[in-house]
Design a protein around this ligand. Structure first.
Ligand SMILES: *Cc1c(COP(=O)(O)O)cnc(C)c1O
Length: 375
């Protein structure tokens, strides 16, 4: 084996304005270079306790069970669905884009009978339609995506929807992967039973850990399971024994990713949630205004837009993929294209966490003006 052909990794310095990962603050990168220690070392247990505390602040909850699972956002989604579904359960899932589809797929794999309520990509679901649908069958749970990153739409009215689910005896699960820490997510005030997120979106930590929080009702439901959870690795009752009191080994925690998450959460707490939400709103509004000045149209109507991700229609005649590629090649800026029914039709611009900065908005708008004028 001639190892000399493998050169040093030489990574470009990108400006990340896509749907995640977002830019990582230098303090978070530094946390990643700290020494490895054992996952049962008292020093690491102290890190874990801080992470749980800080996560409760960000989720706006007092839920004791508030931890990061090991894996990206999809692993928390997998944990949420596998722990609360037993084979034969009937579940209701709202689908307003690709990540709702993913929940349908996962729920089916865990043996649920899945009913779905759909809205076109870019639209949101009507609360009355959800309430009516909930009455058709006794559902084990209702699951929705809060910020649908594939379309840019933010599902409103979460509190009323959670109340409607509870009225019918269903648990309420919410994917807050792309919204948490960028716009308000009030787990306790809204009465969400299971909320989950990812480290690399508006939290701006490194990808690989995924926070999840469970209400008392969710914990009661878990304790009444008749069959073992269909996914060994994501069995939350077993994982809680490591993150909670008895500290039993379940799997080796990715310690660095937890150092990084702790630092990212500490930065969120220093800024304060309200100031952070205001910053995301201010910057995204500047983006929308600038895009309109370029005669570009947003996919989602204003009141339903996410503050962390904007979907922009590619104008007739523009090659959406080529524009995206030129932004990367000529300006080092990463944005994303659309997929599914929106493939080739839109761009997705993320202003998540540390990426939500005025100077990036100004730069992106100038770069887009340049690229579009010579496309
Ligand atoms: C990114 C994302 C996911 C998937 O998370 P991964 O970290 O890519 O596994 C799920 N739901 C939403 C809304 C997302 O934005």
């Amino acid at each position: 084996m001639d190892a000399s052909k493998y050169k040093d990794i030489n990574l470009p310095d990108r400006i990340l304005l896509g749907p995640g990962p977002s830019m990582m603050p230098a303090r978070v990168s530094q946390a990643l270079s700290m020494p490895v220690i054992g996952h049962l070392d008292p020093a690491f247990l102290a890190v874990m306790d801080d992470v749980k505390d800080l996560l409760r602040y960000v989720f706006q909850t007092e839920n004791e069970f508030t931890i990061p699972v090991s894996g990206t956002g999809s692993s928390a989604m997998e944990a949420a669905l596998s722990n609360f579904i037993e084979p034969g359960d009937r579940v209701l899932i709202g689908v307003i884009g690709y990540f709702g589809e993913r929940m349908v797929e996962m729920a089916s794999r865990y043996g649920a009978t899945v009913d779905r309520i759909d809205a076109d990509w870019g639209e949101v679901l009507d609360t009355d339609i959800i309430t009516t649908a909930l009455k058709k069958h006794p559902y084990k749970l209702l699951a929705l995506v809060h910020g649908e990153t594939s379309s840019g739409a933010l599902q409103p009215d979460i509190k009323a929807i959670a109340a409607a689910a509870h009225q019918q005896g269903a648990l309420f699960l919410l994917d807050t992967i792309a919204s948490l820490a960028g716009s308000p997510v009030k787990v306790d005030a809204w009465d969400v039973d299971v909320a989950f997120t990812a480290s690399q979106k508006a939290l701006s930590a490194s990808p690989g850990v995924a926070p999840i929080t469970l209400s008392q009702l969710a914990l009661d439901t878990l304790s009444k399971r008749k069959s073992p959870v269909g996914n060994w690795y994501m069995d939350l009752t077993a994982i809680q024994k490591y993150w909670g009191g008895s500290r039993n080994y379940h799997h080796t925690a990715p310690v660095h990713l937890n150092y990084a998450l702790r630092e990212a959460l500490r930065i969120v707490a220093e800024e304060g949630l309200e100031a952070r939400f205001a910053r995301h709103q201010r910057n995204v509004e500047q983006l929308w205004e600038g895009l309109e000045e370029l005669d570009l149209e947003m996919l989602v109507r204003r009141e339903n837009r996410m503050h962390t991700l904007t979907t922009v229609k590619a104008p007739p005649g523009a090659d959406a993929d080529q524009v995206k590629q030129r932004l990367l090649d000529e300006y080092n800026i990463e944005i994303a294209g659309g997929f599914g029914p929106l493939a080739g039709k839109i761009w997705r611009v993320g202003l998540m966490g540390h990426s939500s900065r005025k100077e990036y908005v100004t730069l992106l708008l100038a770069a887009m003006r340049e690229v579009l004028s010579s496309a």
